[in-house]
Write a protein that binds this ligand. Structure first.
Ligand SMILES: CC(C)(COP(=O)(O)OP(=O)(O)OC[C@H]1O[C@@H](n2cnc3c(N)ncnc32)[C@H](O)[C@@H]1OP(=O)(O)O)[C@@H](O)C(=O)NCCC(=O)NCCS
Length: 142
């Protein structure tokens, strides 16, 4: 696998891959493109795209968040195209992210996802743990 640092020119293929990876959700290419372009445009965003023989495999979109003493890296989006899942590419992309975190003296890698997302096993196997002290709140009455 080889990787490229995420740039504007990658957003089209990322949006196609994203729609395929989330086929159980009603994403259109246009909305996925808008969503990913916004993530890419966030201040301190950093991401990586993975390829095998120039075929797009998946991508990870992150952003650095400034803390009182240290900064951390938040994973904002992460997907591998369905035909290429469970072949180790997700872990390979996470290795790229971990190297970025070490090189830039970041404190931690964090992410938020639905509690029933099967990807949680992926993260747990990679050393991530649930943070009991955090709460996620929403007001759905608006
Ligand atoms: C999560 C994701 C990026 C992982 O990428 P991947 O290339 O499939 O991961 P790897 O092949 O490196 O997986 C390594 C191990 O993680 C675990 N794992 C990966 N995906 C899993 C899943 N969907 N369910 C349960 N375990 C999973 C497995 O133990 C796997 O090893 P195995 O195949 O030998 O059992 C990919 O499954 C994906 O795109 N999912 C849909 C989008 C998504 O939910 N993204 C996460 C948003 S927070």
């Amino acid at each position: 696998m080889r990787y490229e640092v995420l740039e504007q020119q990658h957003i089209d293929e990322c949006a196609r891959g994203f729609v395929a990876a989330y086929a159980n959700e009603p994403w259109t290419f246009e909305r996925a493109h808008e969503y990913l372009e916004d993530l890419y445009g966030t201040p301190r965003s950093i991401g990586f795209c993975a390829y095998e023989n120039d075929v797009f495999l998946g991508a990870i979109f992150c952003r650095e968040i400034v803390g009182s003493r240290f900064n951390r890296l938040s994973i904002e989006e992460f997907f591998v195209v369905p035909d290429e899942q469970r072949k180790g590419y997700g872990n390979a992309l996470m290795d790229v992210v971990r190297r970025h975190v070490c090189k830039n003296d970041l404190e931690a890698i964090t992410l938020m996802t639905e509690r029933d997302n099967p990807a949680i096993s992926f993260y747990e196997k990679g050393g991530f743990a649930h943070v009991e002290s955090m709460a996620f709140l929403a007001d759905k009455s608006v």
